[in-house]
Design a protein around this ligand. Structure first.
Ligand code: FMN
Length: 203
């Protein structure tokens, strides 16, 4: 397994809005940058609808997920795009930040409202460097959801290859998606959009 998976990350729902449309996606790339002023960065794929909303509005919000999070939530926010018109918040308990961005109230430690101060073009992604405009802490009895906990306890575990199957099964280590045969070098996981590097051959 790549050493990148040995770095401790958390999982977050990154919300943004464009006029009346609210949307959000799952990210693992929230990182504190400075304490005074309180500043974090979020790194978002340019293909994500949430990316375009942040670029346009200059603000966003991060819900810090906790270990009560179920795979359905990750799938809903992290494995489909809101670009086609789907309302990802439907069926979830939500509230609004001071500037009117929709955020989750359940399954999270709280939320931060962010104002984009600057951005760095990372090629496929943009890193938004943001100051924390507001933050609300919930009384969660759970721990923050780490990427390691997600891999071990939240995402579906790969199923063993049936003896009769001729083709190899390659499994996405991010989301558990299974692909028949070795993925091409430019293959992108249809669920979580990670590349071939994140696929491992199932034994
Ligand atoms: C576990 C997990 C971690 C993810 N981490 C990131 C990330 O750090 N940055 C990113 O841009 N997308 C990440 N994604 C993918 C987006 O959440 C996904 O592409 C989403 O469908 C984009 O939705 P949108 O087009 O509505 O913005 C992750 C997905 C999963 C399941």
């Amino acid at each position: 397994m790549s050493l990148l998976f040995k770095i401790t990350y958390g999982l977050y729902v990154l919300s943004a809005k464009d006029e009346d449309k609210n949307n959000a996606c799952v990210i693992n790339t929230v990182m504190q940058q400075t304490a005074v002023p309180e500043r974090v960065s979020v790194t978002v794929n340019k293909d994500n609808y949430t990316h375009d909303m942040i670029k346009k509005s200059g603000c966003c919000a991060v819900s810090v997920l906790d270990t009560s999070t179920k795979f359905d939530l990750i799938k809903n926010f992290g494995m489909q795009s809101g670009r086609g018109g789907v309302d990802k918040f439907e069926g979830y308990k939500t509230t609004y930040t001071k500037s009117g961005i929709k955020v989750l109230t359940d399954n999270c430690m709280g939320y931060m409202e962010l104002k984009v101060d600057s951005s760095v073009d990372m090629g496929t992604h943009t890193m938004f460097v943001c100051s924390i405009a507001d933050s609300v802490t919930n009384t969660s009895k759970f721990e923050p959801l780490s990427y390691a906990y997600y891999h071990a306890h939240v995402k579906p575990q790969p199923v063993a290859k049936p003896a009769s199957t001729e083709k190899e099964i390659w499994t996405c280590v991010i989301c558990g998606y299974q692909h028949e045969g070795e993925p091409a070098d430019d293959y992108i996981c249809p669920l979580c959009k990670h590349g071939k590097v994140d696929f491992k051959k199932s034994i």
